[in-house]
Structures are given as structure tokens and as C-alpha cells.
Ligand binder design. Sequence first.
Ligand SMILES: Nc1ncnc2c1ncn2[C@@H]1O[C@H](COP(=O)(O)OP(=O)(O)OP(=O)(O)O)[C@@H](O)[C@H]1O
Ligand SMILES: [Mg+2]
Length: 357
Amino acid sequence: MITEADVRAALREVSYPGLRRDIVSLGMVRSVAVRNDRVHVSLTVSTEREEVPALLREAVRARLERAGAIRSEVQLLTPERKPAERDPWSGQARLAGARRIIAVGAGKGGVGKSTVAVNLALALQLTGLRVGVLDADIYGPSVPVLLGLEDGAKRARMNDHKQILPLEAYGLSVVSFGFFLGEKSPAVWRGPMVGKAVTQFSRGVVWPDVDVLVVDLPPGTGDVPLSLAQSVVVDGAIVVTTPQRLASLEAAKAVAMFTTLRVPVLGVVENMSYATGPHGHQWHPFGSGGGATLANDAGVPLLGQLPFEDGMVGDADRGAPAMVAVPESEVAIVMRSIADQVRRALQLDAVRTEGAA
Ligand SMILES: Nc1ncnc2c1ncn2[C@@H]1O[C@H](COP(=O)(O)OP(=O)(O)OP(=O)(O)O)[C@@H](O)[C@H]1O
Ligand SMILES: [Mg+2]
């Protein structure tokens, strides 16, 4: 005989389409009723993705059947009918000190998210905006190195209300998980712990009234982007990929995730698109076409293609981002063009005027 506990356990194994989180931990299960091996489950669903309700219904039915349900009914409710405390988005807030928030994500690791995030922040700053950087990569924060803030753990401070005060680098206001992680390996953090940490981290910073906050995410579609999008309003996302098909296939999952999280994808940045040989000829060490294919499939712009530049690794390791170390480099030029597009997409001019008023 299947019990209510069996049903709840089974539902914990059903993930939300496109995410790794299960529907129970997302707070979507509203009620469960069991009678004579017949199961009734009602879920609250709020999504703009048309395919989600059918996928959910099917996934729940299939899982319940495996758990021994003879007949199951899955009722899907829209958010208007669910109590506010069950709404996974109800805790979402607009950050007081940041007018717009952009997340930089990717499917695969090592494609250059952090490099793009930091240089985009600097390029946006060049257009006259006040810019903050939040390094939300709990698993491998690299912003302290990239912005020369390796002593951040020693210097970072909290105020009396336990709010984090950003450090400054190249005019940017910067906060990184790296300032606060101890010796304990964050790789073993469980989802709910990550969620709590991200919420506290994204909301508990006293930003000095920045026009735009650039958030560097860990690779993939895990708990960090989910928790971020549920804690604060993220105005747009940029997805970084390298040109090879494998990277762009992974990046497509990141695009789908942002769409599920109702974060508009502003476009794709293709990094390490080409290299220039000693005689000026260009070649493609990491393949070609991935960024364009991804952008095309997702129906979003390809914001720019950044070349692989030899000196960049060393400069980055020394805490000198390309925008600062080689401001006339091709990378810097493309980054400025990306910043202009982001500025337009987020209507940051209007944002700036709002602030001045
Ligand atoms: N266009 C480029 N030319 C040369 N080197 C680059 C370029 N972009 C990034 N790199 C180098 O590649 C490495 C990985 O970049 P980065 O740390 O930005 O990637 P990531 O996607 O944030 O990685 P992770 O998944 O670990 O967070 C760094 O050493 C960086 O300096
Ligand atoms: Mg990174």
C-alpha cells in the first residue's frame, strides 16, 4: 500500500524541468492525498515556459507509478491561488543599493565567465556608471585574484548589522565569497546551505548605490543561480561559451535555466574565439561557430567574440584585467562594445537619470 510518506519521498526525486532542484525543495507541492493506492497531488506552478506543465505532470505521474500508485491525479495550480508563503519567488527583493543586476553564467567551467564579468564591469564603468561586482562563485571564487584583492579575507569588514562592506578595486565595489570562505571545502556544501549563503550574501551587502551590479556565477545550472534569482531581481543574464560544440551545448542549458528562472538572457559572449599567429593570421584553437549557433538557437544576440590573447593569463594572475592592463587590446575593444549593448538592453541611461533625480 502506498502511503503519503511514500508519495512525498517519490516527489523529492522529481526535478523541475531544466533544473537540478526537486519540486519539493522548491516549495511547489501544495497537497498530497492518498486513498486505496490512488494518489492526488496538487502542485503550484508559475512559469512562462509552455512545455513545463506537461513535462511536470508526466514526470510526477511516471514517478508515482513506479512508487506503486494505481491511479494518480496531478493538479497544477497557478500562483494566484497559492498562499504567498509557498511562492518560491515571494522572498525576491530589489536590492536597495544596486539599480540593475546582471548575472554572468556559463554551462562549462573555465570558459572565461569571471574574465568576462570583471572586464564587463570595468567597461561599464568607463561609460560613466557606478559599478559593483559580486563574486557568487561559492565553489571557486576567482575575483579576488582577478582584481588584485587576494588580501580580501583579511580586509573585508561587516558593519554592526552584520552587513558586508565591499572592498574597492579599480574604482569598482567588490564583494567575493572568497573573502569569507574558510578552510572548509565548499564543494561539499549541500543545496539548502548554498541557498542560504547566497541569499545572505546577495542581500546582506551595503552597496554604495551602484548603477549596475555584475554577478559572477559558478559554472552550470546548480543552486547558486537558482537561489540568486529567488533572492533578488536579476535584470539580465549573459551566457559565456567557447566556440566548440561541447561548450555551447552546455551553455544552452544555462540559457534554458535563466529562462526558467525568468531572467531575460541579454545575449551570448563567445570567448577564445580565435587567436592571432606570429604573422598576423587568425586561427581557431577552440573550434568555431559555437557562440553563433547558441545565440541563434536561443534567439538572443551574439554580443561579441573575444580573441584568445597570450598575455591575458599572466596579467589576470597578477590582478590586472585586460581592460586595465591593455586598454587598446582587441579584448578591451570588444568588451567596450558588449558594455554598450548591455547598457542599451538594460536601459541604463534611464536608470542613471532615475538615480540623479
Ligand atoms: N580571451 C582570453 N585569452 C586568454 N586567456 C583567457 C581568455 N579568457 C580567459 N582566459 C584565461 O582562462 C582562464 C579561465 O578563465 P576564467 O577564470 O575567467 O574562467 P571561468 O569560466 O570563470 O572559470 P571557472 O569555471 O573556474 O569559474 C584564466 O586563466 C583566464 O585568465
Ligand atoms: Mg570563474
